[in-house]
Design a protein around this ligand. Sequence first.
Ligand code: SF4
Length: 363
Amino acid sequence: MTTPDATKKTTRARTKPPAATAEREEAPSKPGGAKDVILEVDGLEKYFPVTQGILFRKKVADVKAVDGLSFSMTRGETLGVVGESGCGKSTTGRLITRLLEPTAGKVVFEGRDITHTSQAQLRPTRRDIQMIFQDPYSSLNPRQTIGAIVGAPFQIQGIQTEKGIKRSVQELLELVGLSPEHYNRYPHEFSGGQRQRIGIARALALRPRMIVCDEPVSALDVSIQAQVINLLQDVQTELDLTYIFIAHDLSVVRHISDRVAVMYLGKIVEFADNTSLYERPLHPYTHALLSAVPVPDPEREKTRERILLTGDVPSPLNPPPACRFHTRCWKAQEICKTVEPPLLELAPGHQVACHFPEERVLV
Ligand code: SF4
């Protein structure tokens, strides 16, 4: 068994991942160093049909997992996506990486509409958008060596590297703080944090431009979480990566994100830059989520206000009408049950979908 100590303590002095020799367009950049838009999502929806019947199955309803998301991201940015289980955040990640086909809406990556492109046409884009999965235990094939797992993207895309795939994989292992000697080992020989590093190495293999990190640290111990987050930040700086960071832990998202989208039952209810969202949240749901995050100051922890949400998240099969949060909101009034609040910009870059946004500042 390889112990966590075998992991290199620092990942800063590293080489870039190997460049594939196959021809590749350079990332478009804007003159004057202005940040350019890398991703645009417009009206994205994913409805999963619910069917009934044995011989003749017919659709009786839809599970509205994602229901009309619109946002854009600039190159090098990290967008945190938070919300309770079942709010549609992982489905959003899978729609952007095209692991799922959207029901409606548009995904435009680097100016190319990839919403309905065929798998063959999507092949070059697959190199640019990669995913890191939540569970480092089930996302690695236990029968394959680390070399085969991390080298798989090269094999699948039919890419040769200048130094050969084996050397390239070993460089990737070094990049994520593992040893090149781990090449011939199997996933069961590694700890959870090391396995997630292997997943990160695999995601970096083809030098992507964007990575969707789907709860990458949720299954790890707190101390290991910090190491993996630091690694993600290091490689982002080195490789100018754009991240969508999906999590239910708001303190983790605060640490890594530039902007944050709060989701509730398939919709974005608040969208803001990191500081505004954490210091002056406007949506009651965001207030409730933040009030549940422990603070490391015992005096402040004793005095601060706690908002306890009652009940579970309603089913996305039959979401409440108008404001979907009204069944759990302490501020709900009649209009909340009849008129859906639009996502409006109430301060520069700070959007919220609520008829009665909060005015209190969190202490
Ligand atoms: Fe609460 Fe009404 Fe705002 Fe919905 S619109 S979050 S029910 S106050």
